[in-house]
Design a protein. Sequence first.
Length: 221
Amino acid sequence: MLVAKGLTQRFFLHGRPRVLFQDLSFELNRGGRLAILGRNGQGKSTLIKILGGVLSPTAGRADWTMTASWPLGFAGGFQGSLTGMDNILFISRIYRQPSAEVIRRTEAFAELGPALTQPIKQYSTGMRARLAFGLSLAIDFDCYLIDEVIAVGDASFGRKCDEELFGKRGQKAFIVATHDLQFVMQKCERALVIEGGQATMYEDVGEAVQLVASLVSRPAE
């Protein structure tokens, strides 16, 4: 499971402190499906990166006793001077996975073809996201961290992502930061709403969705 204890994230903006969330604690069991909701800039992506080990929190900790993916679509761990293929081989070794199988699954999913022999620094943003997404799904994890990246590529690729994540991996846990409230109603069991420096967990997904919809519809101040 995942046990988050006292997570706090603050930073300075124009010399003034800003708190995204503080003293956030929650648990996620195997197979659990949690949505992270809130308006833009409230800290959804930051929380996903903290849970995935990409960022360190100002305070608190996240303890995993199940395997967790890096944030799907996150390409920050790629070495730009290496080819896509070399990056796949490197990550295969880190996770102690059979490289031939990881290459096969990544190639089939990312659909990058000859581009895999080119340096990552020559990739477009979309190509990097497709490679990162394909590589994320080429390794089996107990929990997948998702940050609004299901929309990479065209509609056909989007459907492929949806089937791989929520069809073939229907028994897996996931934590998703998203603005898609219909998706949350259909596939999530709980929702964490981040707003104004506070994070509140809702066991009733409908209540959380209704709150976020009202926040988004407010006129800009």
